[in-house]
Write a protein that binds this ligand. Structure first.
Ligand code: PRP
Length: 217
């Protein structure tokens, strides 16, 4: 491995915070973070508090800006709906100009695991030929959505495609896509909040929590 790529690998490693189930703070009757948002009794634990999320978003934005400074503004492709909270905070923390595009794809509806079936619900509004593209994802779970999206955008002639993902689950390590910027490696738990839903609920939470089993079993 060259010195440059060894440094890049080390930087990526330190960018990603690894969280285990033991890092989650269990919800108690007296301290339920869902209560203030109308979700009392629906979460079992707090995994990533709002302040920790915001600090990580800033860190990711600085890393992306360092690698893209001086280039033509990158096109940020936000994958709706889950990534919308992350995108809006990320782009405001990004110290370089960027253009915004939105795509909506569906991989698993309201079930709790990926189906591998990806379809476009909303496409890009513009041509990305010759542009540097950064896919902004909230979570990489099985990696199927990202793998499909990467190929799809590459086929449109993007000059380069990087990926910034706030969260990554263990199953995603098998994906064939090189994800340059990852905020948190998280345990294989059912996570909600900060854009992530279960049956369209919980996206509005400013933190990432673990859904109580009785809500989906
Ligand atoms: C979620 C998430 C990713 C994808 C990741 O989207 O936002 O796009 O699943 O899963 P994968 O790595 O297993 O493919 P979802 O299809 O639930 O739509 P949403 O963003 O509208 O909630």
């Amino acid at each position: 491995m060259s010195t440059d790529s060894a440094q890049a690998t080390e930087r990526r490693r330190t960018l990603t915070t690894v969280l285990s189930t033991a890092d989650a703070i269990p919800v108690t009757e007296g301290a339920d973070p869902g209560l203030a948002y109308g979700y009392a009794g629906e979460l079992k634990a707090m995994l990533i508090p709002a302040e920790m999320l915001q600090a990580k978003v800033s860190e990711l934005a600085r890393a992306v800006a360092d690698d893209h400074a001086g280039d033509q503004p990158p096109v940020l492709v936000c994958v709706l709906k889950g990534a919308v909270m992350f995108l809006t905070d990320f782009v405001r923390a990004l110290p370089i100009p960027a253009e915004l595009e939105f795509m909506a794809v569906s991989s698993y509806g309201s079930a709790t695991s990926s189906s591998g079936v990806v379809r476009i619900l909303k496409d890009l509004d513009r041509d990305i030929t010759g542009r540097r593209v950064i896919i902004v994802e909230d979570i990489i779970d099985s990696g199927l959505t990202l793998s499909w999206l990467h190929k799809n955008l590459a086929s449109r002639g993007a000059a380069s495609i990087d990926v910034v993902a706030l969260l990554r689950k263990p199953a995603a390590v098998t994906t064939d896509i090189d994800v340059k910027y990852v905020g948190f490696d998280i345990p294989p738990e059912f996570v909600v909040g900060y854009g992530l839903d279960y049956a369209e609920r919980y996206r509005d939470l400013p933190f990432v929590g673990l859904l109580a089993e009785h809500m989906y079993r």
